[in-house]
Design a protein around this ligand. Structure first.
Ligand code: DGT
Ligand code: CA
Ligand code: CA
Ligand code: ZN
Length: 575
């Protein structure tokens, strides 16, 4: 059982409690626990099974929830969830999984219209009864209807952030069994797509049968769909399907290439092979019956007259022509990053202190970071001008004692519903760096939201637009905006667009590529709310590489001086 599985069950409890109109503090307790669990770098199940690990060490996990998690890990069932599921109609959990439906709307549907199943929902939606309820606008109903059509058909795709935990656990487990010469997670996971349909593992070793046997006995496996001498498919308790292929060492590169895909990329490669009188498959490149390449991926591409293509680019979007001309871009890497330009401390809605965030950034080797607390509009979390200036004074003092890291005085300033900035110009002017974002009025029409963003881009003291489209992967679609207009304006004004590596992944790969084509420069950041999330830079890198970005496209790959000089405020006479 991986951390996301535990987290999902805790979230279910929070949802079910909310539907049963339980004490909001209990609901929040389960949500916080779910978040903590999801954020843990180490497998909680392993820790608990390993013996004396005290679950209450985890932030937001008290005695009660600790006992629940312990029971879940040892028995496979979360007692609180079992109890609630018995109390509420069983179809409600399924309803909760539909897009557009959270606990509050599900409760309304249940209490007002007696909806208990997806079938019920389909009926009342068709009869037009849902439109009469509060909180159910035309957009939501449209979404629900689409969701009903999809329900049961497609398994939900897993976010890259979560898939990584499964992939790491599986690879580590298989390696621990020994007899493995090479192993990799291929497929969309290796291409670093934002979501993963299933996981594809490729392995080579002297005794494949042993590896496959061990694979089928991975503790998380709930179902072995197939198991042969060289391949197996299993399903894990969280629902994820995993394929494993074992190949000869001489075919490992070819198998890795084939199962990395994408399918469209592979089809183009096969055409090139055919045109050269060669054959390409998962066993290698063949001239007649003779294998001429297959041990490494680079050999396979070379045999076809191509440079090795980074997996993130293998989407048949022009990369093969570039590989033929030896003109592939030098994609940005994690090692290129010199700073992280969006993060929160416990002064707003982060979990760790300024000192802790700074220490963590130092250990990552960064030369600069920006502390970007929320502005006042973000109720509960936002800092007003006085609080912000107090933090900036503290940062000034802190910087005096820092050797290799500079902390930038910054803020994540809301672009208000009216289009005005949430802090006055004299405050924003004092900052080293300002990132502007939209959190409210996300339902406004396209013209209005676009105008708000254009206004921020034109503002003298706004250096970057954070999470520019507002989407959350598997969570929330982007708000309506004219992205081309935003990208054009950002390029013209020298305003950076953020690639946010949190679960937002915003900009996405395709939008970042479109923005690059307009001449936009980017800033990569994590939006970390605790020290561990500073590691989310690898996901921002994933989107950037998929967009074909080079270090030169990204402002925070340069030294501090260059970064500051390149900011929009530098042109307006700011710092
Ligand atoms: P996913 O799992 O939906 O996120 O996406 P992928 O790309 O991982 O797709 P998947 O798991 O169906 O297959 C893994 C790779 O195997 C795929 O990217 C390319 C290769 N592959 C699978 N089926 C075919 C096929 O019918 N033809 C070709 N040329 N390649 C295939
Ligand atoms: Ca796959
Ligand atoms: Ca697959
Ligand atoms: Zn934000």
């Amino acid at each position: 059982m991986q951390n996301p599985d535990i987290a999902r069950q805790l979230d279910d409890v929070a949802d079910l409690l909310e539907i049963s109109a339980a004490n909001p503090f209990r609901v929040r307790a389960y949500r916080n626990a779910a978040r903590t669990v999801r954020d843990q770098p180490d497998s909680i199940s392993d820790l608990v099974r390993g013996g004396d690990f005290d679950l209450t060490q985890l932030a937001g996990v008290g005695k009660g929830i600790a006992a629940e998690i312990h029971a879940l890990i040892t028995t496979g069932k979360l007692p609180q969830r079992q109890q609630l599921v018995a109390e509420v109609p069983p179809g409600l959990l399924e309803l909760l999984r539909l897009p557009g439906l959270g606990p509050r709307r599900v409760k309304l549907l249940h209490d007002m219209l007696g909806v208990r199943t997806i079938g019920d929902l389909a009926r009342v939606t068709k009869a037009g009864k849902v439109a009469a309820l509060p909180r159910f606008g035309a957009k939501i109903i449209e979404k629900i209807q689409a969701g009903i059509g999809q329900a049961g058909k497609a398994e939900r795709r897993l976010r890259l952030h979560e898939a990584e935990q499964y992939a790491a656990a599986l690879v580590e487990y298989l390696k621990a069994g020994g007899g493995i010469d090479a192993i990799a997670a291929a497929g969309s996971f290796r291409r670093r797509r934002e979501t993963i349909g299933d996981l594809d593992l490729v392995v080579t070793g002297p005794e494949p049968a042993h590896i496959l046997e061990r694979f089928a006995h991975f503790p998380d496996v709930t179902h072995v769909a197939s198991q042969g001498p060289t391949r197996a498919t299993v399903r894990l308790s969280g629902g994820l399907q995993v394929d494993l292929r074992a190949v000869e060492p001489g075919a490992y590169g070819a198998a890795l290439q084939y199962f990395t895909g994408s399918q469209a990329h592979n089809i183009e490669l096969r055409k090139i092979a055919l045109a050269k009188g060669l054959k390409l498959n998962e066993y290698g490149v063949f001239r007649g019956a003779t294998q001429i390449a297959g041990r490494t991926e680079a050999d396979v591409y070379a045999a076809l007259g191509l440079d090795w293509v980074p997996p993130e680019l293998r989407e048949a979007r022009g990369e093969i022509a570039l590989a033929q001309r030896h003109a592939l871009p030098r994609l940005v890497t994690l090692e290129d990053m010199r700073g992280d330009l969006q993060m929160h401390t416990d002064a707003s809605d982060g979990k760790d202190t300024l000192a802790e965030m700074v220490a963590a950034a130092q250990s990552l080797g960064y030369a600069y970071i920006a502390i970007t607390e929320h502005s006042p509009r973000v109720s509960m979390a936002g800092l007003d001008a006085r609080e912000l200036r107090a933090q900036w004074r503290a940062i000034n003092r802190l910087n005096k004692g820092l050797r290799n890291l500079r902390v930038l005085k910054s803020v994540e300033c809301d672009i208000l519903e009216t289009g005005r900035m949430d802090l006055s110009d004299d405050v924003l002017r004092e900052a080293d760096y300002v990132v502007a974002t939209i959190h409210y009025g996300q339902k406004q029409p396209e013209r209005q939201i676009t105008d708000r963003l254009l206004g921020a881009i034109a503002h003298p003291w706004v250096d970057a637009i954070g999470h520019p489209t507002g989407r959350i992967v598997n969570g929330r679609p982007p708000y309506a905006l004219d992205f081309d207009a935003v990208a054009r304006a950002a390029a013209a004004a020298g305003c950076l667009l953020e690639i946010n590596g949190s679960e937002r992944l915003d900009l996405s790969d395709t939008l970042a590529a479109a923005a690059k084509a307009q001449g936009v420069r980017f800033v990569l950041s994590t939006d970390a709310h605790n020290t561990r999330e500073l590691g989310f830079m690898r996901f921002a890198i994933a989107m950037a590489r998929r967009a074909g970005l080079t270090p030169g496209d990204i402002a925070n790959t340069g030294p501090l001086r260059d970064f500051l000089k390149s900011l929009k405020r530098a042109r307006h006479g700011g710092r």
